[in-house]
Structures are given as C-alpha cells and as structure tokens.
Design a protein around this ligand. Structure first.
Ligand code: HEC
Length: 106
C-alpha cells in the first residue's frame, strides 16, 4: 500500500513539473498587461499556448510586432487578438524573449 502512495506522489509530481515555470519578472509583465487572461504557457486558453507560438520560430522583434499588430490569419480557428499598443516596448521585448526561449527547452 505504501508503495502505491509513493508512486502516486511521484506521478503527480511529474505532472506538476511538466508545466512551464514562468520566471517571476516575466509573469509580472504578463499579468500587468493582461496577457494571462487569454494565454497560458502550455495550454490553449482563448489564445494559443506560448509554447505553440514558440514553435513558429519568430524572432523577438516579430513577436513584439505581433503584440502591437496581431495577424489573426496566423491562427485559424481562434478569435482575433486585439492589438495591444499600450504595452511598453521594453516589456513586450522581455515577454518576446521569454516566448522564443520556450522552443529550446521543449
Ligand atoms: C483578449 C484575449 C487576448 C489577450 C489579452 C492577449 N492575447 Fe495574444 N492572442 C489571443 C488570440 C485569440 C490569439 C490568436 C489569434 C491572433 O493572433 O489574432 C493570440 C495570439 C498571440 C500571439 C501569436 C501571434 C501570431 O501571429 O503568431 C502572441 C505572440 C501573443 N498573442 C502574445 C500576447 C501577449 C504578449 C499579450 C499581452 C501583452 C497577449 N497576447 C494578450 C488573445 C489574447
């Protein structure tokens, strides 16, 4: 019986661990700029998971531009994302840099 408890514990640890850990400074920016209302790092919410966005191999600058000027035609089946011109460029760049990093870690 004890063994099962241990295995279950390990399993749930593994599942919890499969989630992408968002660095605290990036998470703060995502929250402040309301991105997390529609995006999750790993899962589709209203918008695509950031991991899926990362697979498109955009450059940081391309991602910054897509925040200011989304191209809904890039994501058929999703509602269009509203342009977010009020996100400061330095913050957009930091978020974009993090998104590109998701592709390498897998
Ligand atoms: C109201 C919901 C909503 C909010 C808020 C939102 N997004 Fe989106 N986002 C979407 C949807 C829906 C899509 C897919 C359709 C599209 O691109 O228009 C998307 C697509 C994207 C893409 C992929 C663009 C492409 O063309 O490949 C990026 C990058 C992105 N969002 C980043 C952000 C960031 C960063 C923020 C916060 C500054 C943010 N989003 C806030 C809904 C949202």
């Amino acid at each position: 019986m004890k063994k099962y408890v241990l295995i279950l514990g390990l399993l749930s640890y593994g599942i919890a661990n499969a989630q992408t850990k968002i660095p605290a400074d990036v998470e703060k920016l995502l929250q402040k700029n309301t991105c997390l209302a529609c995006h999750n790092a790993d899962k589709k919410v209203v918008g695509p998971a950031y991991k899926e966005v990362a697979k498109r191999n955009y450059t940081k600058d391309q991602i910054v531009e897509l925040i200011y000027k989304p191209k809904p035609s890039n994501w058929p089946g999703y509602p269009p994302m509203a342009a977010l011109p009020n996100v400061p460029r330095s913050e957009a760049l930091k978020i974009a840099t993090w998104i590109t990093s998701l592709n390498k870690k897998k």
